[in-house]
Design a protein around this ligand. Structure first.
Ligand code: GLU
Length: 301
């Protein structure tokens, strides 16, 4: 693919040069269930974008949580995608095999002083936010109120040594002060200036899992040379955090395309728990890959 870009040395002269880059897209599901129609939509968009640009398409399995991820789901993901006709590069990156990378990134963040241990339980956070109805972190009602942000470091270390459970959170405001104003490019919205505070001080690691979705996805997109992240618009708020992590860790910033989520009956977003929309169920029902494309609102190839 050819991008118009301005080479830094040409900036003053105002000369626009054309730089050749290969587009690299990816589909990055977590093997916590079977893929559904919404996943098919997302995967096909990423795959086709790469195809049309003569680029590369990657599959990554985001399997850092051993309690929720299963090998049979991982195998089913590859089988379903192959059935849809998608082809991806091998080997597939499985995040669980790269914990050392995430630990190293955490150490770099820690050295910048932007992490702090948090000992709050979900219940503490819920009570502090006075919003017991929704425990999905990041919703405005239960944004983490920063209780442990200013805890004395020596006391925190004592508590950790004593075995008290904790998570590591990103001091988002401090990180933003360090990095200054940042933005990213979204295919639909153009340049978006980041406001990472919307998700509060997100968790970047747990004692049992020294990694998190935000950390792994950001590092992996860089390590795998991804140039275009296509994913559902439910993850748009997360991209603000990812852009901040890119700046903190000196990582490349891909372009983004946040697509609308497919909705099921009654306008509800599809979930892995909605078995009827799973590719397995649709296939057992006699649907073909072509039917899946049509159901997802994608044009026939
Ligand atoms: N693993 C995430 C999920 O299954 C998606 C990550 C991404 O596309 O950035 O929801």
């Amino acid at each position: 693919m050819i991008h118009d870009a301005i080479a830094p040395e040409k900036l003053q002269a105002g000369i626009r040069v054309r730089i050749m880059t290969t587009i690299v897209t990816r589909f990055a599901p977590s093997p916590t269930g079977f893929l559904h129609l919404g996943h098919a939509y997302s995967a096909i968009i990423a795959w086709e974008t790469a195809q049309k640009a003569n680029g590369r398409f990657l599959l990554r399995l985001e399997d850092i949580d051993p309690e929720r991820c299963r090998q049979d789901f991982a195998a089913a993901i590859e089988e379903d995608l192959a059935w849809l006709g998608l082809v991806w590069e091998k080997p597939v990156r499985r995040q669980s095999a790269h914990m050392a990378d995430y630990r190293a990134a955490l150490r770099r963040l820690d050295a910048k002083g932007v992490l702090y241990p948090c000992f709050c339980s979900r219940k503490d956070i819920e009570m502090a936010a006075h919003a017991p109805h929704d425990l999905n972190e990041g919703t405005p009602a239960n944004l983490y109120p920063g209780t442990c942000r200013s805890l004395d470091r020596a006391r925190s270390q004592e508590q950790i040594a004593a075995g008290r459970p904790y998570v590591l959170r990103l001091d988002t405001a401090k990180a933003q002060r360090l990095c200054g104003p940042l933005s990213f490019h979204d295919a639909a919205a153009g340049t978006i200036a980041i406001h990472p505070g919307r998700l509060g001080d997100v968790v970047l690691a747990r004692r049992d899992i020294p990694a998190s979705y935000h950390l792994c996805v950001t590092l992996d997109d860089h390590l795998q040379g991804v140039t275009l992240v296509t994913r559902g618009d439910d993850l748009l708020p997360a991209t603000h955090i990812h852009r901040l992590l890119q700046a903190l860790l000196d990582l490349s910033t891909p372009d983004y395309r946040h697509h609308p989520l497919l909705k099921g009956a009654e306008g509800r977003r599809l979930s892995k728990r909605d078995g009827a929309w799973s590719l397995r169920a649709l296939r057992a029902d006699g649907k073909t890959p072509r039917d899946i494309r049509a159901m997802a609102g994608l044009q026939a190839e």
